[in-house]
Write a new protein. Structure first.
Length: 100
């Protein structure tokens, strides 16, 4: 597999995991209006999504250093995603409180 294809798969899986986890928390917050429950479900679901993406990357990558660096990058992006999702939830709660 070429470097371009590997890069597209790497960043593609990362983008799908980020978008899905954000959509999950938005939908759950709209349905339940419970901040902590939505955050916790988003935390667990994004950990599962990034975990699966890391496992796929680890099995696809050929050399050891790219496997380790790829999993480290996924972990960093997962942490950043959790922070972004937290801000999204707080924004949604503030917006819902203003509407009520």
């Amino acid at each position: 597999m070429s470097n371009v294809q590997e890069g597209m798969i790497f960043f593609g899986m990362m983008s799908v995991a980020a978008i899905l986890s954000t959509l999950i928390i938005i939908l759950l917050m709209n349905r339940t209006n419970k901040l902590f429950q939505s955050w916790m479900f988003g935390f667990v679901s994004s950990a599962a999504l990034y975990g699966v993406a890391s496992a796929i990357w680890f099995s696809m990558s050929i050399d050891g250093i790219s496997q380790v660096i790829g999993v480290i990058i996924y972990s960093i992006v997962w942490g950043i995603g959790i922070i972004i999702n937290t801000f999204v939830l707080f924004y949604m709660r503030k917006k819902m409180n203003l509407l009520n």
